[in-house]
Design a protein around this ligand. Structure first.
Ligand SMILES: [Zn+2]
Length: 92
């Protein structure tokens, strides 16, 4: 079963009622990714980004969005689906 390796929340019991997983292995929830400033890397460009905000709704999948920050001060919103497709967590 998928479980956040930081806080232990699961899809059935998200940490704040709306959190969701932001990596393919489902081991990092969006709340902990922000709290721990987990870095994500764009698979194509290599740009590194952190998640600074998110919009979680219980469903559907496509309505989940994260706001990411990269470079000095650039931010943009991306759907969870696109984020999962384009970014990997950076293993330290
Ligand atoms: Zn968590």
């Amino acid at each position: 079963m998928s479980k956040c390796s930081y806080c232990g929340c699961t899809e059935e019991h998200p940490v704040d009622g709306t959190a969701f997983f932001v990596n393919k292995n489902k081991t990092i929830c969006v709340s902990c990714a922000m709290g721990n400033k987990v870095k994500f890397e764009n698979r194509i460009t290599g740009v590194k980004a952190v998640i600074i905000a998110y919009k979680g709704v219980p469903s559907p999948f496509s309505n989940k969005e994260v706001r990411i920050k990269y470079g000095n001060d650039k931010t943009f919103e991306i759907t969870l689906m696109d984020f999962l497709a384009n970014y990997n967590e950076v293993k330290s």
